[in-house]
Design a protein around this ligand. Structure first.
Ligand SMILES: [Zn+2]
Length: 267
């Protein structure tokens, strides 16, 4: 008779592995504060990603240092938390009106702790209680409503991303800030989006990095964001977080913070 592992067995093995991992000191999670030997990889890590994505310098998640084995934070929210800490954003979130798309669980907990005046969480397919069903291309709020919009790793899934950007711009108050983290290829001048040729899950993984991405942004991503009216400032890890060892904290040092501000007045 074949051995069938039960949920309890799997839990035990995972707990053992995690316990051993926790003896390490080389990595540290900025969310839970634990130290350990290694973060968990995403889908086998960088080695299994396509030659194409390596060649065009795909910039997004750190696939080799993805999940924290203890709190399950992923690299993108750890990086944002480190940026927010450094830039003093937690103070600015206090008393603010915030719209957060596809809300990252641990980042949301940190935001709630800041006591914003209003904190709306939205998702096209809400997976948790307290998250409103919301389409980023038709945001059901009036113009000039929010001080902050967080919309991270969403645009690469949205067919009409220009409309999504215009909607985010519309609901932001003048002077408000959007954080628009999106994977892109720094070695690619123009965005690759070819639904006719790149038409299977395998091809989308090969060329876009994930089966549910519908394009791979190139450097023209910056122009697309500016075209919606935003003043875009890219905050680089090395200039903003020079004291944060990206390998130790499990973040991608090549991923900048996309700081997008709605100008106070149209001139
Ligand atoms: Zn953690």
């Amino acid at each position: 008779m074949l051995y069938q592992p039960t949920q309890d067995n799997i839990g035990f093995v995972r707990r053992m592995r995690r316990g051993l991992n926790g003896l390490g000191r080389s990595k540290m999670c900025c969310v839970c504060g634990k130290t350990f030997f290694r973060f968990s990889k995403y889908r086998g890590g960088w080695d299994v990603f396509s030659a194409y994505l390596h060649n065009v310098k795909w910039t997004g998640s750190d696939f080799d240092n993805f999940w924290c084995p203890f709190c399950r934070s992923h690299d993108r929210e750890r990086h944002l938390i480190l940026f927010f800490e450094k830039l003093g954003f937690w103070d600015r979130l206090a008393g603010a009106a915030i719209l957060h798309f596809a809300p990252e669980k641990r980042l949301a907990i940190r935001i709630e702790a800041c006591r914003p005046a209003r904190y709306v969480k939205g998702d096209l397919v809400p997976a948790r209680e307290g998250v409103e069903k919301m389409d980023v291309t038709a945001i059901p709020y009036a113009a000039d409503t929010f001080d902050w919009v967080l919309c991270n790793h969403v645009l690469e899934h949205v067919p009409d991303d220009a409309r999504a950007l215009r909607e985010i711009y519309r609901v932001l108050k003048p002077g408000g800030t959007a954080i628009l983290q999106t994977p892109y290829a720094s070695g690619l001048a123009k965005t690759l989006e070819d639904a006719a040729e790149i038409d299977t899950d395998e091809k989308r993984v090969e060329f876009y990095g994930q089966e549910d991405h519908i394009r791979l942004y190139g450097r023209d991503l910056f122009d697309r964001i500016r075209a919606a009216g935003f003043a875009l400032e890219l905050k680089r890890h090395d200039e903003c977080l020079p004291d944060v060892d990206a390998q130790r904290f499990g973040v991608n040092r090549d991923e900048p913070l996309f700081l997008c501000v709605k100008p106070k007045s149209d001139v």
